[in-house]
Every structure is written in structure tokens, then in C-alpha cells.
Design a protein around this ligand. Structure first.
Ligand code: ADP
Ligand code: MG
Length: 685
């Protein structure tokens, strides 16, 4: 099998011949030489002068030019961290925050967590000595709660501004505001794309500092006909490139998430095994958000001679992380995006087509160290007619409950008139306010309640925070924070090696409990059993449980325990699953669905058809009422992590949201206009 590609116009470069050091030479260079070879190096003096002269500076430079790793170091060397102040730099993705901080610590010859540190949700790797601090945009937002004027910083760099994540967009408004009364605070807004005018206008016509990029031309190829299965097409293309294109030259494939990456990885391993003796070695390296960091750093290891590296990445590799030596990019044209439909009140993760701007960014990754090639697994017609020009900023497509609660906690009451770069749809703001009201975080005047203030202490979405606070009343805070920790690590708890499926499934079932009441309780059982073994790794192995995930859950739980203390909730334990499930319901009552007479689940408020996820322990139980943690759309709309409840609990935990008759009479057609939504964590990364 082979894919028919047609060549189209190339992405223009600024360089023709690789005058730059080749990948092979680069590998031999010292850290000092590498730093000096980056495009930004030549401009370091001008950069420092510009920062001295202006309070706000918009930085524009091609990905890989050295903005993230170098600019904070130049500022440090120029004395901007003198007098005990810090230089901060935000990243939309936590993988980027960690990997960039690690790189900079290396370049400065210090240990990570010392002079150079990072802070991401549930993980603070900084100390009193930290002067260069990388953090997710979500974490900086939370820092405003404790330090509304960012007093400990002399410079704040809002990096990857072009990504327009929800948190970055909110930060724009907040930092613009504090810059007015903190004249000594320097602001850098840095972006990899050329649409800097918009940022400049927003920041009162701040000057733009351009770092001329260095990019080689990239030939663009499209498929002749649409590909039915882009994963399969990606696998075929990798092999096609590997067999026909000369070495050296690594391959970068853009996929939408961990599952796809693992599928492609498996297929490639299988196919290359079959060809083993006939082809050069192909080193397969995955990169995605939940990949353990020691494995992530492998993508930066030099490719051995006579081998080729293929990096399977999510769109983290689009602009946040630069991998040297890539000459071939394979772009199926998709990414995962969460979106919120205000009308149906449903929020979910979807695989969507990328924008033209993103497609061109992806292609550009092939031209960093020499002329490159980009293989788009879609037709030229599709590029022209089916891709939007620019991605829609997250703030205009997601649920805003979290951000509204945070802004309210910062004393910003008039959210409709907050200084947004692009305002969110009015409808979405109203829904967020209504939901916070239903959760009890706001009163009828839209003011923060005591409950809301306590909820804001937790770096979680409002539903989860509410569930934690409800555990006080139901006297089960110990169980609830365990459940939160297990869900917040957002990584697989169980694994299922192909050869051991029967054993793995049996092990998984042993945690379901009797009676089986839901996935939350199953996760709780896993954690508690693990704890009984004194956190044994061997036990995890025997039960097909990821020890790494469990360790992370334990760390998160420790942090949540500390936060409980802050809001003065005593650790209390309950052996009664009913109380635990009531606390869950108190947070997730929006996400309630009911089995109808035809045997289908419909969400209670808007009659949206949903299905129990195949991995759920309730798949065969089919309880009449349940609440779910989130909706994931793949082939169907799936509820992930479901919990059996009784309908009368809804009246107990959300009396102003549900009406009695609505819960009892299944034929009631006159439902109040829906306000519900699904749970999606918006905090942090
Ligand atoms: P920008 O922010 O402009 O996209 P970066 O500062 O992130 O650029 O990257 C500059 C260079 O630093 C990259 O080209 C890459 O070679 C190198 N680099 C960044 N992170 C790492 C890492 N973890 N390991 C090795 N090299 C890295
Ligand atoms: Mg960068």
C-alpha cells in the first residue's frame, strides 16, 4: 500500500542553503555554542535596551528562535532579577513549562527547582532561590489570588500568546490592568505568529520587537484523494518516507492525543518488525501531556547515525516545544479541542480539523535545520475550502465557570465589561453565572458567597471544588479528596497488555465492589487497597495498575489535604458509600442522566442522548439515575466516570436547580429551559 501525494507550492523560507549548522554539527556543540547559534542571540542587546525603554513589549519570532529559553536568561544576566525579584514566564501547556525549565536549568548549570523552577497544577518545583520561574498560564492566574499585584516579579513574559488559551486571554486583561499602577513591572507578550498588531493595539500600542526567523523552504504535498483512515495513512506515510527519503532527517507526526499516538506507535512497531532486516532503524518516540517527563526528554536525544527518529506528538510540537533535526512533517490535519455548546449546555472533547494557520505552523517545523517536506494527509481542495483561517480562541468556545469564579474572587464583579482581547459570547457568561449560582458559589446578586470563596481555594473546576466542600457536610472528606486526586491525574490507572487482557480485566473488576455503584467508588477502592499495601509497587504490578499514576495521585491528594486545612475542613472518613456519592452529586448534579423506558440514557435537563463509557464498571448495571464526570465524544457521546445515585438526592443537594416533578414523572415534556452542562476541568493545563 502506498499513498499518492501531489506536490503543491512550497512554504517560502528565508534561507535557501543550510548555512546554519547542520543537525549533526549541532549535536557536537557545547551548550554555550548552541545558545549563541540561536537567531535571538544577535539581538540580545537590542532586546534588553527595548525592555529598559518600554514597559510593555510585544515579541514576535518564529518557533525555535530562542524566545522561551533565552529571553528570560538575558533578562537575568542584565540584572532584572536583582533585588530579590523574579522573572516569570507563562506557558499554555504544562509539558512545555516543565521541559523548558529543565532545559534552562541545564543551560545555566543549575539544578531544576533552584535558580530555575517551574510551577504547574499540583506540582511546585520552585524554591526561595528561584529567580526564573516557568509556569502554566493557569498557575499564574491562581497566583493573583495571593499576590494581586504580582509584587514578587520584575518581569512577566506571557509566552505563546498566539495560542490564545482561555487562561492566557484572561491574563492579558489582568496584567494590562496591574501594569498601570506597577510602573516597574515589565511585560513581555510573545508570539510565534505575525498577528502581533492585535496584541499591540490591546496593550495601548506597545511596540513590537521582531526576531527575524530563519527558515528553509518546505515543500508541501497533499494527498490526491481524501484518506478514509488518517491513522492508517499516517503509518503508511511514515514508512514511505523512511524507505524512500535519504538519511539524516527525522519525522514528526501530529496526532490528536495519547490514544492515537499509542495506536500509531503499535502499528509502526509491528510493521518495522516485519521489515527489520531490510530497513534502517526507526526510533519511535511519543510526546503528549501525560507522558512521564523522563520519557519526554528522550525526544531531544540526538538520533544515532544510520537511524531515523519518528516523533509522534500532539500539537504540543506545533509551537511550544521545538525538536531539532526534523525534516519531514506528517500532518493529518486534526487536533483535539474542547468546546461548549451554550444551547445544549454540553461541553466535550472533540477531534476537529485544524486551521490553515496551524497547518502552516506544522509545516514550518520541517524547515528548521534545512529544507524540508510536509505531507498533508488531506487534499489541496480540503485545505483551501474546509480549514478555517485562524483557530477560534478558547475563550469563545469553552465553559467559563472556572474563570468567572476566579475573577469574582479577585474582586472583579462586572465580568461582562472585563477588558477581554476578544470577549466571550454573552450567552456563555450568563450560563457560567447561572451555574455558579446553582452551585451556591454566587448569591442572587451575583456576589461571591462564603462557599464560593472557599471553592476558589481549590485549583479545580467549580463542580469538583463544590464536591470537596460538600464532603464537610457528608463527613467524608478523606474519601472525596482521594477520588478527586484519582480523577485529577487524568491518566490511565489501569493498563491492559494485549497478551494479558483476561488477567488485567479480572484485576480491574476486583475493585468494583459489591454492590457496584460506580467508577468513583472503584477508583477509591484502588487507592485504599494500594495504601493498605503501604503504597507498594509490586502490588500495582500484580494488579495491572500504573504505579506512576498512583504516585501522582498520592502527591495530588497530599496537596488537596493541605488545601482542606486552609478552608478548615476536618479530615473525616466514612464507610458509607451513600454519603460519598451524595457529596459527588452535590458537585456534579448538572451532569445527571437518566435511563429512559427505551433503555437509553438522556441527560435530565436537556434530553441529550449519552452512553456509559465501555470502560465503566456500570456498563452492564445500567442504573436508572447517574451522574458523570465528563462527556467524551468519539464514535458516540460517552459519559466517563459514572456514579449511581438516587433521584431524591438531587433535591437534597440542588433544590433550586431541580424540581420534584421533573425527577419523578418521566413523561413530563415541559422541562424548564436547560442550564446544565458537563464537567470539564478548566483549571491548570
Ligand atoms: P522559541 O520559544 O522561540 O520557540 P525555544 O527557546 O523554545 O524557542 O527553543 C530554542 C532552542 O532550544 C530550540 O531550537 C532547541 O534546539 C533548544 N531546546 C529547547 N528545549 C530543549 C530541550 N529540552 N532539550 C534540548 N534542546 C532544547
Ligand atoms: Mg517558545
Amino acid at each position: 500500500e502506498e499513498i499518492d501525494f501531489v506536490q503543491a507550492t512550497a512554504l517560502a523560507g528565508t534561507e535557501e542553503k543550510p548555512v546554519e549548522v547542520t543537525a549533526a554539527e549541532r549535536k557536537k556543540m557545547s551548550i554555550e555554542e548552541t545558545r549563541k547559534s540561536l537567531p535571538v542571540y544577535k539581538f540580545r542587546k537590542e532586546f534588553i535596551e527595548a525592555v529598559r525603554e518600554h514597559q510593555v513589549l510585544i515579541i514576535v519570532g518564529e518557533t525555535g528562535s530562542g524566545k522561551t529559553t533565552q529571553l528570560p536568561q538575558y533578562l537575568y544576566e542584565a540584572g532584572f532579577a536583582d533585588g530579590g525579584k523574579r522573572i516569570g514566564c507563562t506557558q499554555p501547556r504544562r509539558v512545555a513549562a516543565m521541559s523548558v525549565a529543565a532545559r534552562v536549568a541545564d543551560e545555566m548549570g543549575t539544578k531544576l527547582g533552584g535558580q530555575v523552577g517551574y510551577s504547574i497544577r499540583f506540582e511546585d518545583c520552585t524554591s526561595d532561590r528561584t529567580v526564573l520561574k516557568y509556569m502554566t498560564d493557569g498557575m499564574l492566574l491562581r497566583e493573583f489570588l495571593n499576590e494581586p499585584d504580582l509584587a514578587s516579579y520584575s518581569v512577566m513574559m506571557i509566552d505563546e500568546a498566539h495560542e490564545r488559551t482561555l487562561h492566557t486571554d484572561v491574563l492579558f486583561g489582568l496584567v494590562k490592568d496591574i501594569a498601570r499602577f506597577r510602573k516597574d513591572l515589565k511585560l513581555l507578550i510573545s508570539s510565534a505568529t505575525l498577528d502581533a498588531d492585535k496584541f499591540s493595539k490591546f496593550f495601548d500600542d506597545a511596540p513590537t520587537f521582531k526576531i527575524p526567523g530563519r527558515r528553509f523552504p518546505v515543500d508541501i504535498f497533499y494527498t490526491k484523494a481524501p484518506e478514509a483512515d488518517y491513522l492508517d495513512a499516517a503509518v503508511v506515510s511514515v514508512l514511505q518516507i523512511h524507505l524512500t527519503q535519504p538519511l539524516p532527517g527525522d519525522i514528526l507526526v501530529f496526532l490528536t492525543g495519547q490514544e492515537e499516538i499509542e495506536t500509531v506507535q503499535e502499528a509502526l512497531i509491528e510493521k518495522t518488525k516485519a521489515l527489520a532486516t531490510k530497513i534502517k532503524e526507526l526510533i519511535i518516540l511519543p510526546v503528549y501531556a501525560n507522558l512521564p517527563s523522563d520519557m519526554q526528554s528522550k525526544i531531544f536525544d540526538p538520533t544515532p547515525p544510520n537511524a531515523r527518529k519518528v516523533v509522534l506528538a500532539t500539537n504540543i510540537a506545533e509551537t511550544s516545544v521545538t525538536i531539532d533535526g526534523i525534516n519531514y512533517v506528517i500532518d493529518p490535519g486534526f487536533c483535539k479541542q474542547n468546546s461548549f455548546d451554550a444551547r445544549s449546555g454540553v461541553e466535550h472533547l472533540h477531534v476537529v480539523t485544524i486551521s490553515k494557520a496551524a497547518a502552516d505552523q506544522r509545516a514550518g517545523r520541517a524547515g528548521r535545520t534545512g529544507p524540508g517536506k510536509c505531507f498533508r494527509l488531506y487534499t489541496a481542495w480540503a485545505y483551501k475550502h474546509e480549514l478555517e483561517d485562524q483557530p477560534i480562541p478558547e475563550i469563545q468556545r469553552v465553559n467559563l465557570g472556572n474563570v468567572v469564579l476566579l475573577l469574582k474572587s479577585l474582586g472583579i464583579h462586572d465580568i461582562v465589561h472585563f477588558d477581554f482581547l476578544d470577549p466571550p459570547p454573552q450567552e456563555t457568561l450568563v450560563i457560567a453565572l447561572e451555574q455558579l449560582y446553582a452551585l451556591g458559589a454566587l448569591n442572587h446578586k451575583g456576589e461571591l458567597t462564603k462557599l464560593g470563596r472557599r471553592m476558589a481555594e481549590f485549583p479545580c473546576d467549580p463542580q469538583m471544588s463544590k464536591m470537596i466542600l460538600a464532603s464537610e457536610k457528608y463527613q467524608c472528606s478523606e474519601e472525596i479528596i482521594t477520588i478527586c486526586a484519582m480523577m485529577a491525574c487524568n491518566a490511565a490507572v489501569f493498563y491492559r497488555p494485549k497478551a494479558m487482557v483476561i488477567h488485567a480485566d479480572a484485576a480491574r473488576k476486583s475493585f468494583w465492589g459489591a454492590p457496584i455503584v460506580g467508577d468513583h467508588m472503584a477508583l477509591l477502592n484502588v487507592y485504599n487497597k494500594w495504601k493498605e499495601t503501604n503504597y507498594s509497587q509490586q502490588w500495582c504490578l500484580e494488579n495491572y495498575i500504573q504505579h506512576r499514576t498512583m504516585k501522582r495521585a498520592r502527591d495530588i491528594r497530599d496537596q488537596l489535604e493541605g488545601l482542606l486545612e486552609r478552608v478548615e475542613i476536618e479530615p473525616k472518613s466514612s464507610t458509607d458509600s451513600t454519603t460519598v456519592r451524595k457529596a459527588i452529586t452535590a458537585g456534579y448534579f448538572f451532569n445527571c442522566s437518566k435511563l429512559d423506558s427505551a433503555g437509553h440514557y438522556k441527560t435530565v435537563k436537556n434530553k441529550h442522548t449519552v452512553h456509559i463509557h465501555p470502560n465503566s464498571c456500570l456498563l452492564e448495571e445500567m442504573p436508572r439515575w447517574l451522574v458523570y464526570y465528563e462527556l467524551v465524544f468519539t464514535s458516540k457521546e460517552y459519559m466517563r466516570e459514572v456514579c449511581e445515585i438516587e433521584s431524591k438526592w438531587l433535591l437534597e443537594v440542588a433544590p433550586h436547580y431541580y424540581k420534584g416533578q421533573e425527577l419523578e414523572d418521566p413523561t413530563n415534556k415541559k422541562m424548564p429551559k436547560q442550564k446544565g452542562k458537563s464537567a470539564r476541568e478548566l483549571t491548570g493545563e
